[in-house]
Each structure stands twice: as C-alpha cells, then as structure tokens.
Design a protein around this ligand. Structure first.
Ligand code: ADP
Ligand code: MG
Length: 697
C-alpha cells in the first residue's frame, strides 16, 4: 500500500464526487487501495456463443448472437413488460424487460446483430432472458473472448444506474495509472517456492483475466497473500503474548498424585494423560498458559480440568470453572464436589440464581482465600467477584463466550494474570482453529474412554413413530433412560413451548407406565434443577426437553436420544445432542425423526450424522454447508475481514501460508534480512490501519 493508493477515488476517471459518495456509503470504498481490492465475485464467460437451438433448462449465464425480429409491450401498470423476439437462425427466444421499457423502446433495432447476455429461463414452452445485457456487435467485436468481471452491487447502486460494467470500467482506468505503482509485498523466495505470480499481475488478472488459467493464478496468489499476512500476524501475536505475560508458577503435584492414586474412578486415556502433561508443563513454565482444549463430546475433558485445578490449589492459588448455562454449572459443581469432598478442598457454586445473602458470604470467602474452587456461569464475570489469588481459570464450551469476556477473567488477578484453559466440545475444522485460535496453544483429546460403543444413529420418518416407540419401550425395560428433544421454534417462544407440550402429552399417552421429566428454557432454575436431579436419580425414565440439554449434560445411564424435527437442527447441534448418550458402557442410539419433505442441505446433515460420529468430520461438513461466517466464534476474529480467501475451500493454501509464516517468524523476526524487506515495508504501511503492527518497527 503506497501513498499513491491512499488517494481518494473522488477524482478518478469515471467517478466524480457524486459517485464517490455512493461508493463510500454503499461499498465502503474511499481510496484507490480499497477500490483495487474490490474483487469481482465471478466472471462471465464471454468466450462462447451458444446456439439457441442447444439451450437447455438450468443453464448458467450465457451469450447468444442474433437479431431482433419484432417487439411489443404487454400488460398494464406494474405488470407492463416489453417482449422482443430474438433469433439466431437456429432458433428463437424472448427478451423481457419489466423496467426501463421506454429507454429500450427507443434503442431496439431490427436488422442488426446483437450480442445478448443473460440467464435463460424456460417458461410456457419458451426460453426467455429477463433484463439481458444487450449490445450491438459492431461496438463489441473487440470484447469477444473476454472473461467479464461481475461485481457485487447494492440496491441503491442499481437505482443510480451503476452497473457491474461501470465499476469494471472505473477499475480498468485505475489499473492503467496504478500498474507501475503496485509494489510486491512478498519476497522473491516465497514467490518462487510457492510458484506465485507477481502482485501486479495478480491485481490486474483478478479483474480482467486473459483466460481462465490466469484467473486461477491470480486468485491463488491473492489468497496466499491474504492468509499469509493473517497468519504472520497471529503467530507473531502468539509469540508476543508469551513474552509479555508472566505466569504464576504452579508446580506442586502432591494433591494431584494423591487424587490420582486414591480416588480417580477410572484409568485415564492416553490422550487425557498427554493433555494433562501439556497443561502441567504450561503451568510450571513461568509463562501464562493460554490453551485451547479440544475434545469431542464425551472424551472426558472435565476430569482433565479438575486435575489442573488440583495443581492450582496445591500451589496456593484459587481456580474457577465457567460454564455457559446454569444446568451445566450445577452439574459440574455436583460432579466436582464429590472429588473435592474426598480431598478436603472447598468448592462453591455461583450462578444468576444464587441468592444475594449467599453471594455476600461467598464473595468474602473468595477474597480471604478460604474458598479454593468456584464453579459458575457468567455471573462470575461480574466485577464484584474478586479472588484472593486466582491462579487458573477454565472456560467450558468456549463458543458460548466472547473474547471480550475471556479477557475480563484475566483482570481477576491484578498481580499476575491467571492461566487460562478454554475447553470446547464443538470440534472446529483444523483450518478454522488455526485462524480463530492462532493465539492459543491447542491440545486435543482424540480418543474416547475405552469400552465405549459407538452410538448407532438412524434416520426415521414420522410415519415410523410407532416402531420407534416400541424400541424405546424395550430400552426402558432394560433399565435405560431416554431423551426426547424438540427444536426451538425461532419465530416464537410460545410455539416452541406448545410444540414441546404437545410432544410431552403424546409421550405421556404412549408410555403410561413411564415417569417423565420435562425441561425447557422458561422454567425457573430451581425447577430445572429438580427435574434434572430426578432424571439423574433414575426416578424418571424419559426426559422431554428443548435444546437446553444440548451442552455438557452427563447422565451415563441414558442410552437413547430421539431428536424430533431433526431437520431443523444444525449439524453441530445434532452432534452435541447425540453426545448426551453413549456415555456409559451400554450400546446407545440416536434416532433422528423427520417429515418426508427435506431440503437438500437437511439431507446432507442427516446423512452425515448417520455416517459418522467423528466430530471433526462433522465440523468439516458443517463448514462446507454453512461457510465460515456462520461458524461459532468467527465474528470475533480477524478472519471475517478476509476478502478473497475462503477457509472452507482454501485449506491447503492456508496450510502453506501458515508454514511459510512460521518459518519467517522463527528465522527472522523482526524482519531484518534483506529478502524480507518487502514484507516489512508492507506491514509497516498497513500499520496505519492496524495499530498492532506499529510495534514491529
Ligand atoms: P466431555 O469431554 O464431553 O466434557 P466428560 O468430561 O463429561 O466429557 O466425560 C464424559 C463421561 O466419561 C463422564 O461420565 C466421565 O466420568 C467419563 N470419563 C471421563 N474420562 C474417562 C476415562 N478415562 N475412562 C472412563 N470414563 C471416563
Ligand atoms: Mg463437558
């Protein structure tokens, strides 16, 4: 980015103050730099001319060449339209306009050749092109053989008659004067090794490619560049953090060993052992731990968290565990209390429904250090909650908390920042994790406890409900417990509630001999807890619930998860829900109920669930279906600013970019080598926009 590129677009050829204002407001484009980086989202293939006789249904945008035979207007008012019959000798089709009719009427001619561009639609036995682009062949001869860029337009731009073509012309004008000003920002070595084209060529070819191959190279180069600088930034941040934040020395392991040998209820899996070691090493390193613990549902993250807390307590500090819901916080509290009671360690629970009186006592015990472990919800983030010496902070199910909240916890210890362990059960595709959590170290529990039988998953239509009920009865006879989950209906809480209650009634009718619990978001937390406890104590056999049970709930005796209207759930949600079963030694089942009518995407989701229980595989499919913008947590990271790279599709480029960035950070930070001066210059120039980089110089 040069000073040249900081120029305002206002006086660029074809722009002018009025259009400039539109570009500012509608596209957030102010400078040459921003304009040149307004990349087309696709190109129209103007290299081919299609014979009308060979048109088929469902064809993309295409080009035909021929003459207009006749035209007429039809209809009145808003139904008024202009219909022209267009023929190329092989056949004919209709050109249709609903707007700008007067203007078209003035310009249409017969007996001359036109090139017409549009997407054919088949209607009433005829093909038609609605609002096609149409130009006289004489004007256009030189343009045949082009890949024409198509730019995103807003409604307002369209109203002001700014077309994709106009934007293209303006950018073409800019490229003419800017070409020599475009500076390379990657080193010769990188360009050679990655087989990239130059930045100049890339910026020209991305808009006006000579052919499909050039376009491919241009995209590749710009994606690499984008991901490379993002990774360079993240990795450098990571390195900086390590240098900047000193961590508490939590080195005592006597309690851990005691618990391990006397009270641990099962053998840890190898993956758990490895992760515990990683955490121990971090906490004893003298630097602050900032670790992400990824483990599929049921992989046993809680025990790992507890072992880490033991170390913190052992070394004279306090620990806290934050969960996203009250149910989950309570469950963690009850589960951990069994352990801490055996170890003689104090523990307490703080949620939104903790009474003020109890709170005051709790605050006091936290501040004087009598209370060692605090479990809670986001109520824990409040400023009033102060610790004597917080040493470790664990956040369960990270995706529910924002980065800002995470950092609030850091401030809970003004002396020295606490260690942070973030746990997530929503596996994130590797590409996304690298970008999202580039600043965190990652531990992965990639092994389920021994003896777990993979959950059997089936998709059943509503018509088979009786058979499903029969199956549930059999399972209840065997002493198992059942979840039946209903979706939240987004438009209305009332509808969701009704849906759930209707479900509850039909279940009660179908299983007169069973005891049934019910759980939904509108119940008070006391009631929720009561119902949950009844289910845990096996007093009820069926739990009818909304997605409040989605996260973390642990009842090992529950072996069947029935999800009603399962087409309404996203993949990660289905996976989370399924993870509520298969937690004991019994064979577990997940039954996905749907109507027969299913969208294409819903079918993919259901097929994926039936095919695999691997959370990472499911996350990959999810990313492909939904795109990174809709994945949890992406909004908070810089990656939403990506303008050309696509994390779902460009995994291998990201991987390369990350490796190259890593190497540079290791070998030459802060960029002193001559060959890295292009990088350095580019980073310094972008520092104007991002204060972060100013520290590098
Ligand atoms: P998640 O990773 O989903 O939070 P949990 O920590 O809730 O999983 O563990 C799920 C279940 O597995 C719990 O009942 C827990 O006691 C049990 N568990 C955890 N680790 C092991 C192990 N190594 N062997 C046997 N059971 C285990
Ligand atoms: Mg958990």
């Amino acid at each position: 980015m040069d000073d040249f590129f900081d120029n305002k677009i206002d006086f660029l050829k074809g722009v002018g103050p009025q259009r400039a204002k539109l570009f500012n407001q509608e596209l957030n484009i102010y400078t040459y730099y921003e304009l040149i980086r307004y990349f087309p989202f696709r190109h129209e293939d103007r290299t081919q001319i299609h014979p009308i006789a060979e048109l088929e249904d469902e064809m993309p945008y295409l080009q035909v060449k021929g003459q207009i035979i006749n035209w007429e207007t039809a209809g009145e008012g808003f139904k008024k339209r202009l219909i022209a019959t267009f023929s190329d000798g092989t056949g004919s089709l209709e050109l249709l306009w609903f707007q700008g009719i007067q203007w078209q009427l003035k310009n249409l001619k017969s007996g001359v050749e036109y090139l017409v561009f549009g997407k054919p639609q088949f209607f009433n036995g005829k093909f038609s092109l609605v609002h096609p682009e149409i130009e006289l062949v004489t004007n256009l001869e030189q343009q045949i053989g082009y890949l024409q860029p198509v730019y995103n337009l807003t409604e307002k731009l369209k109203k002001k008659f700014i077309t994709s073509k106009i934007i293209g012309k303006i950018i073409q004008g800019l490229l003419e004067i800017a070409y020599n000003q475009i500076e390379e920002n990657l080193s010769e070595q990188i360009i050679q090794a990655q087989k990239l084209i130059s930045r100049r060529d890339a910026l020209v070819q991305i808009h006006f490619p000579k052919n499909a191959n050039w376009l491919k190279h241009a995209k590749n180069r710009l994606k690499f560049e984008e991901l490379f600088f993002l990774q360079l930034k993240l990795l450098h941040q990571q390195q900086n953090k390590k240098i900047r934040y000193k961590g508490q020395l939590l080195t005592q392991t006597a309690l851990l060993t005691q618990f391990y040998t006397e009270h641990l209820p099962f053998e840890l899996t190898n993956a758990q052992k490895r992760v515990v070691k990683e955490i121990c090493k971090d906490m004893a390193s003298g630097q602050q731990m900032n670790r992400l613990l990824q483990g599929d549902v049921g992989s046993g993250k809680t025990i790992v968290a507890f072992l880490a807390m033991l170390m913190a307590v052992d070394s004279g500090t306090q620990a806290c565990l934050v969960a996203p819901t009250e149910i989950l916080a309570e469950q963690h509290y009850h589960g951990l209390k069994e352990f801490t009671d055996k170890m003689g360690i104090t523990i307490d629970l703080l949620t939104g429904s903790t009474r003020t009186k109890d709170r005051r006592v709790l605050h006091g015990r936290l501040e004087n250090g009598n209370l060692k472990i605090l479990v809670g919800t986001h109520a824990l983030f409040e400023d009033k909650v102060q610790f004597e010496n917080l040493g470790l902070c664990i956040i369960d199910e990270q995706h529910r908390f924002g980065v800002a909240q995470r950092s609030k916890l850091w401030n809970k210890n003004p002396e020295i920042v606490p260690h942070v362990l973030v746990m997530t059960a929503t596996p994130i595709p590797r590409t996304l994790a690298m970008t999202l959590y580039g600043d965190l170290d990652v531990s992965i529990i990639d092994e389920l406890p021994a003896g777990r039988k993979p959950i059997k998953t089936a998709h059943r239509y509503d018509a088979h409900r009786l058979r499903v009920f029969g199956f549930i009865k059999e399972e209840i006879k065997k002493g198992r417990q059942i979840y039946i989950v209903y979706p939240l209906i987004e438009e209305s809480e009332k509808l969701s509630y009704k849906n759930l209650m209707d479900g509850y009634e039909s279940i009660a009718r179908a299983f007169p001999e069973a005891q049934i619990s019910i759980l939904h978001g509108q119940m008070s937390s006391t009631d929720k807890d009561y119902e949950m406890q009844r289910f845990i104590r096996k007093e009820t056999q069926i739990m009818v619930a909304t997605t409040v049970i989605e996260v973390g709930v642990n009842v090992p005796n529950a072996s069947v998860m029935v999800i009603e209207n399962s087409e309404k759930f996203g993949l990660s949600q289905l996976h989370q829900l399924r993870g509520r079963v298969g937690r004991g030694g019994d064979q577990s089942y997940c039954i996905l109920m749907t109507d027969v009518k299913l969208s294409k995407e819903a079918k993919v989701r259901l097929e994926t669930m039936v095919r695999t229980t691997n959370g990472f595989e499911i996350a990959e499919v999810d990313l492909k279906l939904r795109g990174p913008g809709n994945m949890m947590g992406t909004q908070q990271s810089g990656m939403m600013d990506l303008i050309i790279a696509d994390l779902a599709k460009d995994a291998h480029i990201l991987q390369n970019a990350r490796e190259v960035a890593k190497k540079i950070i290791e070998e030459d930070m802060p960029l002193k080598k001559p060959e890295n001066q292009a990088l350095r210059l580019y980073l310094q120039k972008s520092a104007k926009q991002e204060s972060y980089w100013s520290r590098i110089s």
